[in-house]
Design a protein around this ligand. Structure first.
Ligand code: SF4
Ligand code: SF4
Ligand code: SF4
Length: 387
């Protein structure tokens, strides 16, 4: 496999892929860690340390300082110094999103191939409302539950067991009301139960990764829906010494970096307008831009940028106002009103599904979002045809 093919799934067109090899290794290690942790905890009954995941947010809300809560605090702290490196290198969901992207490219589905070819990322005007709505729905139940029941502060790195801070947890994989479930304790499940629960989880990931990517381009979950982005992005750009993607040599303005950013950041524009730095809060430090730049112009550093010596052609500051220049394009035939109501409908559908357990929220929200928008597009197309 040549280097070009190796990095194909990551959208990298340049010749270097050193960062991507390390990053893929890191994302695989995160999943190995999760598997080993679950096996130790549930199969071998070795409960040394508790859950380490974004589920630490429910724990923090419940006043429980456990391993997950500590991890969340460390992630937040790391952003002040390194930016959202956690997202690019250690978030297991990012691994799922990128694996889905790789799978869709390998399958060669024409629609996805067309999106991937030009790094087309479909986006929406009100995604911030969507993300805020998602974090509200995912946490409000926890807050109400713990305030009403037994809000108590304690510190214990081993306790509680994974997911126990979510209301409706009853030693089950999903909420106790979910029809698809799995008893989570040693000797509590057969292999059939295990496969049943695992299938439910794989289905949720499939919807969050493959289905969402298929309709909205690579990394759709991170760009449009991830509720944790709401908590992570305000911490970006607070520390003037925070490491950022920075121009460390003269830039030719070729835009290879921009065309390879999976988050749709116009890197070339950012370093042109913001003192040689990428200040966009959506940067997940994946380093695709570094790898794509044949001239080695970019580095992740807290040091000031090198001044541009050869003047670059004037660069438009608001490329999103020009459809042909912006990397993230709005969906065809979706106007602002439909756009807004698609969020409302998606959040409603997500809320209904979340009765089955937190993760089912995403299935409901994604199907609601896609379904509403597709129906609206068909309706508009039919009206135009009639008119
Ligand atoms: S945006 Fe969300 S899902 Fe994506 S990498 Fe960051 S925390 Fe993970
Ligand atoms: S940073 Fe590199 S890839 Fe990006 S526009 Fe400049 S020379 Fe091209
Ligand atoms: S700006 Fe560079 S490091 Fe940041 S998300 Fe885009 S490609 Fe990745």
């Amino acid at each position: 496999m040549n280097k070009q093919n190796k990095t194909e799934h990551l959208g990298v067109a340049g010749n270097k892929n050193i960062h991507q090899d390390w990053r893929v290794a890191s994302l695989i290690l995160v999943h190995l860690y999760i598997i080993i942790h679950l096996l130790l905890w549930y199969v071998f009954d070795l409960q040394w340390w508790g859950k380490t995941a974004m589920m630490g947010i429910p724990s923090l809300l419940a006043g429980h300082i456990n391993a997950a809560a500590v991890m969340v605090v460390l992630i937040f702290g790391s952003i002040l110094f390194y930016g959202r490196g956690f997202c690019g290198w250690a978030c297991h969901m990012r691994g799922v999103v990128e694996l889905s992207d790789w799978l869709l490219r390998k399958l060669g589905i024409p629609k996805y191939k067309a999106l991937a070819k030009n790094n087309t990322l479909i986006n929406t005007r009100y995604r911030w409302l969507f993300r805020i709505g998602a974090i509200y729905i995912l946490t409000i139940g926890v807050i109400v539950y713990w305030v009403r029941n037994k809000y108590n502060f304690y510190i214990d790195m081993k306790s509680p067991v994974p997911m126990a801070d979510l209301p409706g947890y009853n030693n089950l994989l999903f909420n106790e009301q979910s029809p698809i479930n799995l008893a989570l304790h040693v000797n509590g499940f057969s292999y059939v139960d295990f496969m049943y629960g695992l299938s439910g989880f794989v289905f949720i990931w499939f919807v969050m990764g493959v289905v969402f990517n298929y309709f909205y381009g690579q990394g759709a979950f991170c760009r449009i829906l991830c509720p944790y982005a709401v908590l992570l992005t305000p911490l970006m750009n607070l520390n003037p010494l925070q490491k950022k993607i920075t121009r460390v040599a003269d830039c030719t303005g070729c835009r290879k970096c921009s065309n390879n950013c999976p988050q749709g950041i116009d890197v070339s524009r950012e370093i042109y307008h913001f003192n040689g730095k990428v200040i966009n809060r959506e940067c997940i430090k994946c380093y695709n831009c570094l790898d794509a730049c044949d001239d080695g112009v970019l580095e992740d550093t807290g040091k000031p940028a090198i001044p541009q010596v050869i003047p670059r052609k004037e660069y438009i500051k608001t490329p999103w106002l020009s459809e042909t220049k912006h990397l993230q394009i709005p969906e065809e035939k979706i106007g602002p009103v439909t756009d807004f109501f698609s969020f409302v409908f998606a959040l409603f559908a997500g809320s209904l599904f979340s009765i089955l357990g937190g993760f089912w929220f995403y299935v409901g929200a994604i199907f609601g979002f896609i379904g509403f928008r597709k129906a609206a597009s068909l309706f508009v197309a039919a009206s135009v045809e009639k008119g």
